[in-house]
Design a protein around this ligand. Sequence first.
Ligand code: GLA
Length: 457
Amino acid sequence: MRRGGQIKKFVVILTCASMVFAAAGCGAGGNTQGDSTKNTQTEEAAATETTEAESTAADQEAAEQGMEPEQAALQDPQAWEWDAEDEETLRYAFAKEFGGRAGVCVPMAALSDAARMEIVKGQFNSVTMENEMKPDTFLGNKPNIGEDGFPVLSFTVPDMMLKEIKAYNDTAGNDGRKIMVRGHVLVWHSQTPEWFFHEEYNVDKPYVDQETMLARMESYIKQVMEHYEGADSEYQGMIYAWDVVNEAVNDTDGGMRTDSSWFRVFNSSDFVEQAFVYANRYAPAHIKLFYNDYNDTNPKKADGICRLIEQIKANPEARIDGMGMQGHYDMDFSDVLFKQAAKKYAAVVDEIQITELDLKASRGFDGENTEEEYQKQAEVYKSLYDAVKSLKQEDVPITAIVFWGTDDRHSWLQSANAAGGSADGTRVQCPLLFDKDYEKKPAFWAFVDDSKLEAAE
Ligand code: GLA
């Protein structure tokens, strides 16, 4: 049983730690007292040398990536230490089971909801702002044009959230609990003010030419990176990944989606490639750059996304590190298709994250028989998690699973939305791991301790 194993490991480590004070080490024993002391000293010296060598190499690597050693430690799930009370958490389970982060999307409104923040702080170590780092927040409704002729970005709202996260991190305790941020999203056809694409920032005027649009894109990405990563930024190092481009590929044949002002200006995929050039130019090396999309297990779309990624990679000035599979799935989720798609992505990028995971309810679900629906949902989540773990065995690196919301009450799926993977707003949904009263559902145990799930069957 998984949990038994984990708890035993914890006890062994504690026992070893206390035995260090008795200078006895943690070996199998059998030596005389004198020998064992000598051996222990030699072993300790060797261990110290190895640790020092390892930490020098690690520090050097961190420096190359533009990070302080403490920052680098935060990026390495293997290096995180844990306390006993972390054990029944998603972040602990994910670090142990597949070496990744446990994430959740959080809107500004959640900050004043203590119970919701308890879930965030109690379970997760990655946060994506639900809307507050999207272009319409940074750019605002009305253009505010600077002396250089480009829109001046406003960071007030996201920064309020980052300040909260920073204050929490300062008192969180161990590194495994510290929250890092997925930046979401730089270039997207949706939630971007239409004026951004038009001459004189006026929607009544024609679209700008490509050169002008690229200059606007560059200014935008530069301002974001300078604000969060510049030498004077108090937020330096808090963001570990950025979705550089969101949802550029269509659902039919994996070509470019055309219902997008980005596409209308460029009439090709060049803006996607160029976004990764600018992101690479202005983001420090430790920030992972992602392409992010929904309907991510559809084979044709996955092939189209891989073609796009190849195009980006062929540009020596661009960098792309990861593929974000949004993961807006339903009860027909296929672990076979999921694995196939993840393997395709892993062939072209270094890492994969599930960035917006939730599950739409069964077609017949009317909001009444929740027990049955919760159980079914837990099984679907378990099949997804089993797939993640088996992919890990096959060296397909999934580095985070991010849920699109803390609890069922606040899920975007409760209302109609035109975005991909959305619900139609006609039925009650229960897509997440905590119910509308913030209680853990069976789906939670599918990730944290599936033996509890079986017991409930
Ligand atoms: C897409 C976006 C998210 C969010 C959802 C709907 O998946 O990437 O930012 O807007 O739609 O909540």
